[in-house]
Design a protein around this ligand. Sequence first.
Ligand code: FES
Ligand code: FES
Length: 163
Amino acid sequence: MSAVAMTVNGKAVTGDVDPRTLLVQFLREHLRLTGTHVGCDTSQCGACVVHVNGKAVKSCTVFAWQIAGADVTTIEGLAESNGPLHPMQDAFRENHGLQCGYCTPGMIMSAIDIVNRKGNDLDEQTIRHELEGNICRCTGYHNIVKAIAAGAKTMGAGRRSAG
Ligand code: FES
Ligand code: FES
């Protein structure tokens, strides 16, 4: 076991972990932040996407110790409890961008990253291309694409721009 320390959703956290502990395991099992999901064993589904130092990362692909000292944001960190939702969360709700919701945390974290990299005026082709690393088994993607385009615009309209 070895100690690992990082900042998660604005709070300093530490844990004693096996060197093989993945970031997603650290978040879910040590910190009980279970909004970050595991949907595959092959780094393909994107259900586990979080932000590490402001960039989208599949948290099943890195060991916790590899990001010691980093600033991590999970889906739980996008909005204050009892506060307004992040505009991208709102856009998924308004546009029915989810069904079972299993992929949704990863979709939203990826969507915010897309906006941060590509801007607030996103066309359908760009969104579909950028979502290649996120799999949804329910929705057929149409409403997810609509939600991301709408959320991107709202983020650009002066509400919170990143998670
Ligand atoms: Fe990380 Fe599927 S659980 S990509
Ligand atoms: Fe069910 Fe995407 S809403 S997997």
